[in-house]
Design a protein. Sequence first.
Length: 88
Amino acid sequence: MTARALPCIACGRVLEAVFVSDAAVQPCDGVTFRGSPGYGSAFDETPGELEVVVCDACLDERCQRVVRVVTTHTVTARREGWDPDTLG
């Protein structure tokens, strides 16, 4: 796949792509964000996801506006006997 222009949404600086595929884009010296517009946005009926690129300099300059979300998952499992003759 050919590289494409990856302009920073904040300053417009065009970043070089270090990786481009149908599933992902990774700019050099920047970050790609993907997401679906939510309820309340003028774009909430947009099909699919939107993708934006932010250069590292703009992200660093505006870091006080960024919230990091850490997702934790609790996994529960039960153990029970297994009889292969009763499958299916």
